[in-house]
Design a protein around this ligand. Structure first.
Ligand code: PEP
Length: 251
């Protein structure tokens, strides 16, 4: 049995006041959420404050990105050691916004997955096709290329303990969601791809869905056999909405 994971990607949103209010409401509500791992990914500067506020809580903290390097002349970057020092457990890698706006290629994302694992953190590797690729019927080809970048260079072992987030780019922040059937079909394709190399790892790996997940559509998505939770953007900034999504994953 794979334990579901719901991760909230706050992106570049919030301020000290709003983040305090959000975390306090999450802490109050988390006791009503069943068996599911829950994590939030604040902007880097707020990570120390959020880990402090969540010290005795089961809500984990992660980062939205991470340098693959341990230390050195990498202006503007943050290392895994730094994230660990402030209590992070997860790091999102290869988010479509980083691929589109910051030149994160398949190869860079794959190398970062290795870096995250070497630091003892859990990578959440994002994959997914753009609207144009979707309309051209190239969803599976794109996802295969993105997964294979890790598989071919570093081997299937890299996926032990790694989380994969299938996030169709056309569904991120648009209010459009992949139907549960479409998402299930891509998740099962990814799992089959891993199973060709190692069935045990394929069965263990958590594949979560992202793209306009809300309280109103979460239950139908999470009911699918290969959807093991969600990566939630906009709705993770609203505590009640996010907690409802967590509850849906626990069922
Ligand atoms: C995301 O940014 O990973 C995401 C899924 O965003 P949203 O839920 O807002 O579509």
């Amino acid at each position: 049995m794979r334990r579901p994971l719901v991760a909230g990607n706050w992106k570049m949103n919030g301020n000290l006041k709003s983040i305090h209010a959000l975390v306090e409401e999450l802490k109050r509500g988390i006791d009503q959420v069943g068996e599911v791992d829950v994590a939030v990914m604040p902007p880097f500067v707020y990570i120390p404050e959020v880990t402090r506020l969540l010290k005795d809580s089961r809500i984990a903290v992660g980062a939205q990105n991470m340098s693959r390097h341990a230390a050195g002349a990498f202006t503007g970057e943050v290392s895994g050691e730094m994230l660990k020092e402030f209590g992070c457990r997860y790091a999102i890698i290869g988010h479509s916004e980083r691929r589109a706006n910051y030149g994160e290629t398949d190869e860079k994302a794959a190398r970062k997955v290795v870096g995250v694992k070497e630091r003892g953190l859990i990578p959440i590797l994002c994959v997914g096709e753009t609207l144009m690729e979707h309309e051209r019927g190239n969803t599976y080809g794109v996802v295969k290329r993105q997964v294979d970048a890790v598989l071919d260079f570093f081997g299937v072992e890299m996926f032990r303990g790694t989380v994969i987030a299938y996030e169709p780019v056309w569904a991120i922040g648009t209010g459009k969601t992949a139907t549960p059937e479409i998402a299930q079909s891509v998740h099962s394709f990814i799992r089959d791809r891993l199973a060709e190399r190692n069935e045990a790892i394929a069965n263990e790996v958590r594949i979560i869905y992202g793209g306009s997940v809300k309280a109103s559509n979460a239950a139908a998505l999470f009911a699918m056999p290969d959807i093991d939770g969600g990566l939630v953007g906009g709705a993770s900034l609203d505590a009640r909405e996010f907690l409802s999504i967590c509850k849906a994953a626990a069922q």
